[in-house]
Design a protein around this ligand. Structure first.
Ligand SMILES: Cc1cc2nc3c(=O)[nH]c(=O)nc-3n(C[C@H](O)[C@H](O)[C@H](O)COP(=O)(O)OP(=O)(O)OC[C@H]3O[C@@H](n4cnc5c(N)ncnc54)[C@H](O)[C@@H]3O)c2cc1C
Length: 414
């Protein structure tokens, strides 16, 4: 890895943020004839790295196809636990639904990967590919879009400042995107008034590669299968309760979790480190400003209930790589207005669909009114019994809905 060094002052594409989405974009662009640099504030193995932290991510079948076509899946596969079945239920009510990979002709509906391992694998791929300049640790402090170039001010390790130029700047700098803020791109925010509590938990019985999504009175609770018989817990709670439960002694924590989750995996025996994340929907009202484009959480940050955030970001990656590939093949400027408009028009529907699907799920399953609770039980039953509804739900969850870019169809770009 070329750490904390910049190799040139002019690039075709500068990626701000080497988190899960930015690093994936760099890997997707690596085979194309474009000069790319990634600017990332924290090394991938640093304890302060906000993307590669203690969370795990459910990587949808569609994202696996993208990684495969990029030639990265081999590096990820040993860290990935397949999800073969998903069980969705409403605590204390009759409705439930089951999705089975066998019904959809895929070996797995998705995969669970610990974020730290995902980061290590992606940065290893980038380091080995060797053609991408990796400026890390380095922090972007200013961005300006001019008619023919965008300028990016970077503070390198040690405090030295440099200004880099690029035809296109891609901001993959997360939900609080400093680049978005600098360019004064407006954002719509909905605070869900909920907190996600995450931890790895070991149940007495094997998870059998089944994922559980359970809707409780406080909010959704997901238990995703992980390696070594562990499960990755994402438990949505009111902020005060999340804080209290997260700080409680292990035995008390396991008791509370057991009564919310039940005994589908037998007794819960161990819990690891816990972390909490306040939950908001944040959506940029425009995807670009001049030669600067927002992708991943910088553009749309979602509630984790349906495990869609990173997967939506991976479709941003695949679509952008597709559009850039065509632009450079035709001798066009990858940051030209018409190139960016093509990308944005393509992404708009998917963004709208996933944001409304996720938001509707949160509202439906956190609504305390009795008729709504009864209706969602029926909804789950309907989902289980109606093959059409189930297929649509599964295609959405697996990231296979809508018009897909080449990488998402398993086609390499070169
Ligand atoms: C509890 C929880 C569970 C989740 N589970 C799932 C799931 O199962 N499936 C799923 O699809 N999604 C899930 N998500 C969503 C997923 O984590 C995000 O969509 C994903 O992390 C977005 O990645 P990103 O690279 O866009 O942003 P980030 O992960 O925020 O990365 C941004 C990067 O930019 C860097 N950066 C920021 N500012 C600068 C700067 N000025 N200069 C240089 N670098 C900078 C940061 O250091 C960081 O590395 C979950 C989210 C939460 C909170």
């Amino acid at each position: 890895m070329r750490s904390a060094r910049f190799m040139r002052d002019e690039y075709d594409i500068l990626i701000v943020g080497g988190g899960m989405v930015g690093a994936s974009l760099a890997a997707a662009l690596a085979p194309l004839p474009v000069r790319v640099a990634v600017i990332e504030a924290f090394p991938p193995a640093s304890a302060a790295q906000p993307s590669y932290d203690d969370r795990s991510t459910a990587v949808a079948h569609g994202s696996r196809k993208i990684f495969e076509a990029m030639g990265c899946w081999q590096a990820l596969v040993e860290a990935a636990t397949p999800i073969e079945r998903i069980h969705v239920s409403d605590r204390g009510r009759f409705g439930f639904a089951r999705l089975d990979a066998d019904d959809f002709g895929t070996g797995a509906l998705g995969y669970v990967v610990e974020n730290r391992r995902l980061g290590q694998a992606l940065w290893r791929v980038l380091g080995e590919a060797g053609d991408t300049d990796l400026l890390c640790p380095a922090r972007v402090c200013g961005v300006e879009s001019q008619p023919h170039r965008a300028l990016v001010d970077v503070a390198l390790d040690g405090g030295r400042m440099v200004t880099l130029r690029a035809a296109l700047v891609v901001a993959a700098d997360g939900a609080r995107s400093p680049v978005r803020e600098q360019l004064r791109i407006p954002v719509t925010i909905r605070d869900y008034g909920q907190t996600a509590l995450i931890a790895n938990v070991t149940p007495a019985e094997p998870h059998g590669n089944e994922a559980f999504e359970r809707f409780t009175d406080h909010g959704p609770l997901a238990m995703l299968p992980l390696s070594a018989g562990r499960c990755s817990l994402v438990w949505t709670l009111p902020p005060d309760l999340a804080q209290e439960i997260s700080e409680s002694a292990d035995a008390r924590f396991l008791d509370d979790l057991q009564s919310a989750f039940g005994y589908r995996l037998g007794r819960l025996t161990r819990v690891g480190q816990r972390q909490t994340y306040p939950l908001k929907l944040a959506q940029a009202r425009q995807q670009s400003s001049g030669r600067v484009l927002l992708i991943g959480n910088a553009c749309h940050s979602l509630h984790p209930v349906a495990g869609q955030g990173f997967n939506l970001g991976m479709r941003d990656v695949a679509s952008l790589a597709d559009v850039v590939c065509d632009a450079v093949a035709g001798g066009d400027d990858p940051g030209a207005v018409d190139v960016l408009e093509r990308y944005q028009a393509w992404r708009e529907q998917d963004h709208k669909r996933v944001v409304s699907f996720t938001d509707a799920l949160v509202r439906l399953f956190t609504n305390p009114l009795a008729p709504v609770k009864a209706a969602r039980g029926l909804g789950l039953l309907g989902l289980d019994l109606l093959p059409g509804a189930k297929t649509r739900f599964a295609r959405q969850s697996m990231g296979l809905a809508g018009r897909l870019p080449r990488l998402a169809r398993g086609i390499a770009l070169t």
